[in-house]
Design a protein around this ligand. Structure first.
Ligand code: MG
Length: 279
């Protein structure tokens, strides 16, 4: 059974190394569930190996995240040009890849798939908007046939734009993976307010923190920080999740390029969440 306990502490982690070793590092921290990211260049024939390692470690994966080859998060213009479903040249190949990630999720019995689809254009008559909307519909239908949800990572557009897009796609298995830090890193808006707007669509959340972009540097992203050290306000984030009736897991996400630093920050985040969660 993959369903999370309400507010269960989990971790967002990546495939690419030995599955058993990766899971051993997480279980040593007291973590037994999470979201598995699939790098764009990963050979997906490793799915049965992951299934077996997850069973052996008694570790549950709720969501399988798709990333794509050629993506870069260097700054906002680069994100617009390279991330998700927006770049035209890679659209078809990324649609096929997302469906293949859905097959991977089936093999490991995950509840759903998720991805950053990139910056959704604001105008619903824009050709890219229509193409991306139709692509999201096809992926939702593919996932639904496998009893999976499809979650869009938040942060790159304001909550009202994302809400209008969700309504336009109009698929019951479409939802949101809410990342409060992304709203800050992209300078999109107050994440707690956005969480209220998107409330009924939130399937899962990332516990990530960060600071706003520096003023006077157009196009720059803010900086990710350890959980509790940035501008999110983890206490008010959890309070708001309780207010909206959220019942899912709290997946800690930390993307430091230094693996030792990453593990240290994840350990501290686990301790922080333990002090803030309801008893
Ligand atoms: Mg995230």
């Amino acid at each position: 059974m993959q369903t999370p306990q309400p507010f269960e502490t989990a971790v967002m982690f990546w495939a690419g190394r030995d599955p058993a070793q990766t899971l051993a590092e997480l279980t040593a921290l007291g973590i037994h569930s999470g979201q598995l990211g699939i790098p764009g260049d990963l050979d997906l024939s490793c799915a049965p190996q992951w299934r077996d390692a997850l069973r052996a470690a008694n570790f549950r994966v709720f969501t399988v995240f798709a990333a794509y080859s050629g993506e870069s998060y260097a700054d906002i213009p680069t994100v617009q040009q390279t991330v998700g479903f927006i770049p035209r040249a890679t659209r078809d190949e990324r649609e096929r890849r997302t469906m293949a990630v859905s097959d991977f999720a089936t093999t490991i019995s995950a509840l759903g798939i998720a991805t950053h689809i990139g910056f959704v254009p604001e105008s619903p008559t824009d050709a890219d908007y229509l193409a991306v909307r139709d692509m999201v519909r096809r992926i939702c239908d593919y996932a639904a046939a496998r009893q999976q949800t499809f979650a869009l990572e938040t942060g790159q557009e304001p909550a009202n734009v994302l809400l209008a897009f969700l309504n336009d796609v109009d698929r019951p298995n479409l939802g949101i993976n809410f990342d409060p830090a992304n709203m800050i890193l992209y300078g999109t808006g107050d994440p707690i307010e956005a969480l209220g707007v998107l409330a009924t669509h939130v399937i899962s959340v990332h516990c990530k923190d960060g600071d706003w972009p520096e003023r006077g540097r157009p196009g720059a992203l803010g900086k990710e920080t350890a959980l509790g050290a940035g501008s999110v306000g983890v206490g008010r984030f959890l309070d708001k999740l309780r207010d909206i009736g959220y019942k899912g897991a709290l997946s800690i996400e930390r993307e430091s390029s230094d693996p030792a630093r990453r593990m240290k920050d994840i350990r501290a985040a686990i301790a922080l969440l333990a002090t803030l969660k309801p008893v």
